[in-house]
Design a protein around this ligand. Structure first.
Ligand code: HAM
Length: 435
């Protein structure tokens, strides 16, 4: 019989997406675990919103003139004729959920975080995917600049805990009181520079003139540098807010750089905008982006509520993760159970059940095989210990234990082994990440 021909297009994932394979997943889990731990220290709770939302939520929330809404969203009409979009970011969804579930009725500010995939049809590039992952957090119900500092501190703590550093860039993008007059001035000044600017800048100079400031094209830079800075045109309230934010950062000992051209690619921002960039990432150097969005809830038809938050690119963070941490987090089982014969397999199964119920990871290779081949496999799997069950061990109900790190060998009953393992490492439920 002819072997079936494989359909190569079916056996490839879509461009800009990827499989996160078991060999790499410990890097992701390590960061996610630390994020959950650190966010809890700052009073954040997890929220999980749907991956699909009504298209209008993003169109209105992020802004129709932005690149995300204009050309990057995965949008389709579903069977009931509704326009649906795979979420390109989660802030609009979190604000929707906050209003929908009247979370403003709870006491104090609401602090929420999320971890999950986002979707944008962007040009493929190193550090840029069409399905990518964000870890983000939002604070709803406070316009205090001290909360902004606390959030920045929390991000830096997370980055530091995984051995990553970055530069904090801050700016104020003004508010509805001062931004329109600044944009007027910017447009006027832009006219003189337009002949020297790239096609993208020229296109943006109309409806989206702020985004010209964000252009990365080399030849545009000297001309954009001549444009007025928004920080010189802030109203009293925005200037005061920005000043207080900077002073809280200084009191917290957090180094920052003012980036007057930092405008971000989403329309909902007012006042504080920030990014954390890393020189090790290449062209896509933004690791974290965030800011204040006090009008977003109202734009979506919700109650007036101030908001501040951020999202970090998990894919990018994984690229930078300290190798030292990855090497220290071996995924090998605590105990590999090597057995000889069917009766020994039965015993191995019941011992594994007992060890697992106390939180110790076990591995058995059901096909069995010679002791030598099982030992070889235990080695490959980076098992920390091997427990050997042969006829003699079955009879005595005592097992040979081999510690793979230093090849030390001894005999132990299951309860002695448990005592030893518990002393080595407390069960997972009692462990906390080492910060
Ligand atoms: P954003 O700047 O669009 O902000 O995205 C935040 C981070 O997500 C970026 O700094 C980057 O690390 C990562 N990221 C964005 N697009 C991609 C991509 N195509 N591939 C890989 N990583 C990517 C937001 O999404 C806002 N919702 C942040 C926020 C929350 N502002 C207030 N609250």
């Amino acid at each position: 019989m002819e072997p079936r021909k494989l359909d190569e297009t079916l056996l490839n994932n879509l461009p800009g997406t990827r499989d996160l394979l078991p060999g790499d997943i410990s890097r992701w889990q390590l960061i996610e675990d630390r994020a959950r731990w650190i966010f809890a220290l700052y009073g954040f709770q997890e929220i999980r919103t749907p991956l699909i939302e009504a298209t209008e939520l993003f169109a209105r929330g992020i802004g129709g003139d932005t690149d995300i809404v204009g050309k990057e969203m995965y949008t389709f009409v579903d069977q009931s004729g509704r326009s649906i979009t795979l979420r390109p970011e989660a802030t609009a969804s979190v604000v929707r959920a906050y209003a929908q579930h009247a979370m403003y009725r709870a006491a104090g500010v609401t602090k929420l975080y999320y971890i999950g995939p986002m979707f944008r049809h962007e040009k493929k590039q190193r550090g840029r995917w069409r399905q990518f992952y964000q870890i983000g957090a939002e604070v709803l119900g406070s316009d205090h600049p001290a909360i902004e500092t606390e959030v920045v501190e929390m991000i830096l703590r997370l980055l530091d805990s995984v051995g990553v550093s970055g530069r904090l860039l801050i700016n104020s993008v003004g508010c509805e009181a001062c931004r329109p007059s600044y944009i007027e001035i910017l447009r006027r000044e832009l006219r003189a520079q337009l002949p020297h600017l790239c096609d993208d800048c020229r296109r943006r100079s109309g409806a989206n003139s702020l985004r010209v400031l964000d252009c990365k094209v080399e030849s545009c830079q000297p001309h954009i540098d001549l444009l007025p800075a928004i920080t010189d045109h802030l109203c009293g309230a925005c200037a005061d807010h920005f000043g207080r934010f900077k002073s809280y950062l200084e009191k917290a000992g957090i180094a920052y750089q003012i980036a007057p051209r930092l405008v971000r690619g989403l329309d909902y921002y007012v006042k504080t905008a920030f990014e954390i960039v890393s020189g090790e990432l290449g062209a896509q150097n933004a690791l974290v982006g965030g800011g204040r969005y006090d009008k977003l809830s109202e734009v979506l038809g919700g109650p007036p509520v101030q908001g501040f938050g951020f999202a970090m690119g998990l894919d990018r963070l994984v690229m930078l993760l300290s190798e030292r941490l990855v090497a220290g987090s071996s995924a090998g089982p605590d105990v590999f159970l090597a057995f000889m014969g069917t009766r020994a397999l039965d015993r191995a199964l019941s011992i594994a059940r007992a060890l697992r119920s106390r939180g110790h990871a076990c591995h058995l290779e059901f096909a069995g095989g010679s002791l030598k081949s099982q030992m070889r496999l235990a080695n490959k799997l980076q098992a920390k210990h091997v427990l050997i069950i042969g006829d003699e061990e079955l009879r005595r109900d005592q097992y040979t234990i081999k510690r793979m790190g230093d090849s030390k060998q001894w005999d132990a009953t299951v309860s002695e082994l448990l005592e030893y393992l518990n002393a080595q490492r407390p069960p997972a439920s009692q462990r906390s990440p080492d910060l």
